[in-house]
Design a protein around this ligand. Structure first.
Ligand code: HDD
Length: 744
């Protein structure tokens, strides 16, 4: 204990020394100086102090005139503490307010020097530190993680050449084509202004009113209504830079590039009903999942993928590379994985790091450059502008989490909360007084030079006709989904539009959906009790200028060369690991303890985590009398917080679980949400409870194809092993159950 305190003292003292040395420029290791600076006293800095360093004697009572008297204004301890507290909150982000962050590093596999001079992409020995912030878009800071929403995936690379921010989302396209529409889009999706309802949800009139009048959003809306919008974990989602960017090599040659993040755990989602239940059971589900994974050493990993497009191919495709509502199908340009990002450290302080981090798509390093995508161009203005208000002034780059590791020298000065103490008497260029310092860097010295792009154009307020196809890739997305995914999309539209009160908005949406796919529109129309309109209502595209001719602005549908893309369906994702998956073991007194320990070690060997869930906390006693520690009681646990469930045997345990409505609900939900279920011996009784008197179901339980439906019977017996359960968990879900098993 004494040793630990000494250690803390030593660490804290040396931190303070370093800070003081930086501030004063005095070397405190010099004995004389050290004694002058009272460092001996500072070893006692575990004392509580005010912000002025004055030691506090009583932190629990304000200064009063007499024991029962009024509090005195003189009480500077009280005033400082309360004043600071009163100002603890800063404005939340106008979008992406809810988020979670982590530290890690990025390493490129092999030099990409052929395409880019960015040093962090050319040196495979270099580990570049990163900070990543994942987020939802529409909800406030305290909203649920499991909203149906886009997820932000912002990465700050602290490269030796300065900070590079890849400010991405988990969907590869966006709602609008021009940044001037961003405030309208955000106003529409945020809670309605008169009553601030609904929180963190797009299922309301203003959102669908806007979408139904903005056909360019149709591709993105298909992604939003897919299960991609309800990820199982931040660790199991893809990231996309969305825009086409440029890479520039040492010779000044440029290629176009699309950035991708591919998670090594595969891309997985939950189901909508589950998402809604998780929001009640654990609104911090994603945040907690990321934190716990890093804490327990299951470090999340993503490969950085690039699609490289030669400059000569700019006009080769049936879509415009500058249009942010379009993907470049992987069948046309394959994704090459060029490096890996690993997140291995949780932040020390949420506010200091995750809240104060400021991303900006305009933070690029030499070797990476922009294109003229009108959404990207607008973003380049917005991010610094928003930080000025959110972080209180122009010096937010000095906050530790935003500081580059590359040195900063320039003539910018002063402003709110300036941390740097600039020396010297020049703060301008050119100067002779400081011999011209700091000097501009030549390109060969690492100076950033913009790509010399030839532009010859009229100044116009308008949009390229090559952006007018709003439906083809929405159709491509839909056609690429598995049957289960298509069904989930239909259900999501039915849910969201079902929450819309104005029938005319629903009607307009059906008109648009019909342009994407007739069966999609018909199915949603059936759920809404409406008919699909013959034609979409035109003009509805509000890119039409006030004095424009609507006929000239009709959306078009261009034949796509790719009809189906495997990469767009999560059904085709990696399903070879159960690392960090959470498995519930349902048990009560009298459980077969041997089966539990067998199963636990088999799952742990594959990197999965288990939790014993029982009627009460504390310990249960196995059939052979050993004590088994309970991790959660049924009161706090729920199937929706787990990936799979195992019910071991033991007649007494099984009988008691059958009496518990919680246990029944647990297995029912696991079953309904198509999760892997393993049962041993009497454990099967819990499954049967779901179907009282249903002989067919009991018979079905004997059927040999149960494993294909994710139900593993009698593990470790009759040739069935925990391996079968492990394989089933890795499959993530057995959607086939949605078709074959009617749920009571
Ligand atoms: Fe944005 C935040 C991603 C379009 C304006 N955006 C923000 C964040 C992400 C994105 C991940 C959260 C960063 C963090 O964790 O702190 N935004 C995107 C993507 C877009 C996009 C992938 C389209 C391809 N954004 C976009 C447009 C505008 C903005 C068109 C405005 C013209 N975005 C902002 C912002 C935010 C922001 C208002 C809010 C907080 C912040 O910047 O720092 O400036």
């Amino acid at each position: 204990m004494k040793e630990r305190v000494e250690k803390i003292k030593y660490r804290k003292t040396s931190d303070i020394r370093a800070a003081d040395e930086e501030k004063t420029g005095i070397d405190s290791t010099n004995e004389k100086v050290s004694s002058l600076m009272h460092y001996t006293e500072l070893s006692a800095e575990e004392f509580l102090t005010t912000n002025q360093g004055i030691r506090v004697n009583d932190n629990h009572n304000s200064l009063k005139a007499g024991e029962r008297g009024p509090t005195l204004l003189e009480d500077f301890l009280f005033r400082e503490k309360i004043t600071h507290f009163d100002h603890e909150r800063i404005p939340e982000r106008v979008v992406h307010a809810r988020g979670a962050g982590a530290h890690g590093y990025f390493q490129v596999y092999k030099s990409m020097a052929k395409y880019t001079k960015a040093k962090f992409l050319t040196d495979p020995t270099e580990k570049t530190p990163v900070f990543v912030r994942f987020s939802t878009v529409a909800g406030s800071r305290g909203s649920t993680d499991l909203a149906r929403d886009v997820r932000g995936f912002a990465v700050k690379f602290y490269t030796k050449e300065g900070n590079y921010d890849l400010v991405a989302n988990n969907m590869p396209v966006f709602f609008i084509q021009d940044a001037i529409k961003f405030p309208d889009f955000v106003h529409a999706v945020k809670p309605e202004p008169h009553n601030e309802i609904p929180q963190a949800s797009s299922a309301h009139d203003t959102f669908w009113d806007f979408i139904s009048l903005t056909p360019e959003s149709m591709h993105m809306v298909m992604w939003l209504m897919s299960d991609r919008a309800i990820p199982r974990s931040f660790r199991m989602m893809e990231g996309f830079g969305v825009h086409t960017f440029r890479l520039i090599n040492e010779d000044g040659e440029s290629v176009f590039v699309k950035f991708h993040w591919k998670p090594l755990l595969g891309v997985h989602s939950v189901v909508w009903e589950e998402a809604q239940m998780i929001s009640g059971k654990d609104p911090d589900f994603h945040r907690r999942d990321l934190w716990k994974a890093i804490e327990t050493g299951a470090f999340p990993e993503w490969e950085l993928g690039v699609q490289i497009i030669p400059e000569d191919d700019e006009d080769k495709y049936e879509f415009d590379l500058l249009d942010p509502t379009k993907i470049v199908p992987e069948e046309l340009v394959p994704v090459q994985c060029i490096g890996k990002m690993t997140l291995n450290r949780n932040p020390d302080n949420f506010f200091a790091e995750t809240e104060q981090v400021a991303f900006h798509p305009g933070n690029v390093v030499p070797g990476i450059d922009f294109t003229n995508d009108p959404l990207l161009q607008g973003r380049l203005f917005s991010y610094i502008d928003t930080q000025l208000t959110r972080l209180g002034g122009p010096n937010f780059h000095e906050i530790p989490i935003n500081r580059p590791i590359a040195p900063v020298h320039n003539n910018q000065r002063d402003g709110h909360m300036r941390q740097t103490i600039n020396r010297g008497n020049t703060s301008y260029q050119p100067n002779t007084i400081e011999d011209g310092y700091p000097i501009q860097a030549k390109s060969v010295e690492g100076g950033f030079t913009s790509y010399t792009e030839r532009i010859e154009a009229n100044k116009i307020r308008g949009r390229s006709r090559s952006f007018f196809d709003h439906f083809s890739q929405a159709t491509l997305f839909y056609n690429s989904q598995s049957n289960a995914e298509k069904k989930h999309i239909i259900d999501a539209f039915s849910f969201e539009l079902g929450k819309v009160k104005r029938v005319e908005i629903r009607q307009r949406m059906l008109g648009l959906l019909n342009q994407v796919d007739e069966t999609l529109a018909t199915n949603v129309a059936d759920a809404l009790g409406l008919a699909v309109p013959g034609k979409p209502e035109y003009p509805m595209n509000h890119i039409i200028p006030a004095d424009g001719d609507p006929k000239e602005y009709q959306p078009v549908k261009v034949e796509q060369s790719i009809k189906r893309s495997e990469a767009l369906s999560m059904a085709n994702t990696v399903k070879n690991t159960i690392k960090s998956r959470q498995i519930a073991i349902l048990a009560a007194d009298g459980v077969d303890g041997y089966s539990i320990s067998q199963m636990k070690s088999a799952l742990a060997a594959e990197g999965a985590k288990t939790a014993i869930i029982a009627p009460t906390l504390g310990y249960i006693e196995s059939a052979t009398g050993e004590e088994i520690k309970v991790d959660m009681s049924f009161l706090t646990a729920a199937s929706v917080l787990f990936d799979a469930v195992y019910v071991p045997g033991g007649p007494k345990s099984s009988a008691s679980l059958k009496q518990s409505t919680y246990a029944i609900q647990f297995i029912y939900e696991a079953y309904k949400h198509c999760k892997a279920i393993a049962v041993d011996d009497e454990g099967v009784e819990l499954l049967k409870v779901l179907y009282p008197g249903n002989k067919t179901f009991s018979d079905t339980l004997q059927a040999t194809d149960l494993a294909a439906k994710g139900i593993i019977m009698n593990v470790n017996k009759k040739g069935v092993t925990s391996k079968d359960f492990i394989k089933a968990i890795a499959q993530h879900r057995f959607w086939i159950r949605e078709e074959f098993f009617a749920v009571v």
